[in-house]
Design a protein. Structure first.
Length: 117
């Protein structure tokens, strides 16, 4: 018997069904990239002012790895700087202009960090 979780019809829209009674539909799950070690990461620390209501944010791009590791790095930086921010889609956003401090912190952690703009 199929449970409610197995009967997610929205995930199967546009799929051609088989008449084989033994056919089991499987969905492809996206694989996360393995996190590179700190020395092999090439992070670029820049500043961004676009679409933020005139506020400045420090933007760290170039992180390759799992979302959990990205969020852990963001939390460490936010804690050491005492500011807010977010981490999503391979980018870390830190509120305010902290390019020099973030670059220094990342280099102390062993990352290959470079100041962008």
């Amino acid at each position: 018997m199929a449970t409610m979780a197995d009967n997610d019809w929205k995930a199967r829209l546009g799929v051609v069904y088989s008449t084989n009674p033994d056919f089991q539909y499987t969905t492809a799950q996206a694989e996360e990239a393995a996190t590179l070690e700190a020395g092999k990461q090439r992070l670029i620390v820049g500043i961004d002012r676009r679409n933020r209501g005139g506020k400045q944010v420090t933007l760290i791009t170039g992180f390759v790895g799992a979302d959990e590791d990205l969020k852990a790095l963001a939390k460490t930086l936010k804690t050491k700087l005492g500011v807010g921010g977010s981490a999503k889609e391979g980018e870390i956003t830190i509120q305010g202009d902290f390019r020099e401090k973030v670059t220094d912190l990342l280099k102390q952690m062993g990352y290959n960090a470079k100041r962008g703009n």
